[in-house]
Design a protein around this ligand. Structure first.
Ligand SMILES: [Zn+2]
Length: 354
């Protein structure tokens, strides 16, 4: 009996150890919020973040509920346009928020963003105005660098000017890089190119600027970033015709895999994996996985645990040679892009098969 007890305690210790290591990953959820942006992030240290909240209350509320989220460590408003802040207004009512990150852009055409800022203050969130080049200390294993924002007061009615104030963040974790450009357009891209060497802009995954608008994703910027994967965040049949044909064409010419949020939330899970384990398992670089609100994240981690060897369970971020990237299928996206304005983009996307 004593033997069994000690066996069980060792087993549960190992299980907990494995679970804690397995959970040490960086997860991005590019939430399907319609015509807008909302990106939920789970950090390896257990903290979380939400970047923008989408254009309306229901989608982001449903997403947070599906994951039982009532607290957010970090909330970022990339820039004060309604397709990014309207959902956040609800977020500040249904969740506690420790830190709020804002640009100094002020949208003179909208009162809503000031309202949001007041909500953050009323809740006692600490408001930060990050500077370009600053690193956000959200997790010691993740490097998060601010590549763009408006550091000085920028009141404006000009949509382009406000878009170019977008807080742009680059995440680096276990050698993999993810670049979230929000609605930054070409002038902002030029500013970033002039401030940072191309080596600092390179990213494996990019959230294409301004919902795939042709006013963003300029060729020089894409050449510096050299992404493998692009996330396109937009709503089906939107009046702007996002994503624009020109952007989809450019990304296709660069052999970039494209994933859109218009019909489903897209997930990107970065997990440290040792080179030896990868070679042994001959694991693919990209695994297909769709987000299912009924399936807790730990199910994914368990899946990984089953697949992994004991060796891989001991991999820390520091000695990982690469990370595993999981992405969902694009199949649904093809069907949904039937708007006349998106017709040409659809023709391009149809060339993709998984
Ligand atoms: Zn937008």
């Amino acid at each position: 009996m004593k033997k069994l007890t000690s066996f069980l305690s060792i087993f549960s210790f190992l299980f907990l150890l494995l679970a804690s290591v397995v959970n040490a990953q960086l997860n991005f959820y590019f939430v399907n919020v319609g015509m807008g942006n909302a990106t939920y992030i789970e950090l390896p240290n257990g903290q979380n973040a939400l970047i923008d909240g989408g254009p309306s209350v229901k989608p982001i509320e449903a997403f947070l509920k599906s994951k039982n989220i009532t607290h957010l460590d970090h909330v970022v408003l990339t820039h004060p346009h309604s397709d990014h802040y309207m959902g956040l207004k609800k977020v500040f009512k249904i969740a506690t928020v420790s830190n709020f990150y804002d640009s100094k852009a002020e949208n003179l055409s909208a009162k809503g963003d000031n309202n949001l800022r007041a909500l953050a203050e009323a809740q006692g969130s600490v408001t930060h105005y990050p500077k370009i080049g600053e690193q956000l200390n959200w997790d010691p294993t993740v490097n998060i660098k601010v590549l763009n924002t408006c550091e000085t007061d920028t009141p404006s009615k000009n949509n382009g000017e406000i878009n170019n104030c977008s807080i742009v963040l680059k995440f680096t974790y276990a050698g993999q890089k993810v670049l979230l450009t929000a609605d930054m357009e070409e002038p902002g891209e030029r500013r970033v190119l002039s401030r940072f060497p191309a080596s600092e802009l390179q990213a494996d995954v990019i959230q294409a600027g301004h919902h795939g608008s042709k006013t963003a994703s300029s060729q020089p910027f894409l050449n510096a970033v050299r992404p493998r994967i692009a996330i396109l965040s937009y709503g089906t049949d939107n009046k702007y015709g996002f994503p624009h044909y020109e952007v989809v064409s450019k990304l296709q010419a660069m052999n970039v895999l494209m994933y859109a949020t218009n019909e489903q939330t897209q997930t990107l899970f970065l997990k440290p994996v040792s080179k030896s384990v990868r070679a042994a398992e001959n694991a693919p670089q990209i695994q297909v996985k769709a987000y299912d609100a009924n399936m807790p994240v730990f199910t994914d981690a368990s899946y990984f645990a089953e697949e992994a060897t004991a060796e891989s369970a001991n991999v820390s971020v520091e000695d990982a040679e690469t990370v595993e990237v999981e992405m969902p299928s694009l199949t649904e996206v093809k069907k949904s892009m039937h708007g006349e304005k998106s017709r040409k983009s659809l023709e391009k996307l149809q060339h993709f098969s998984f």
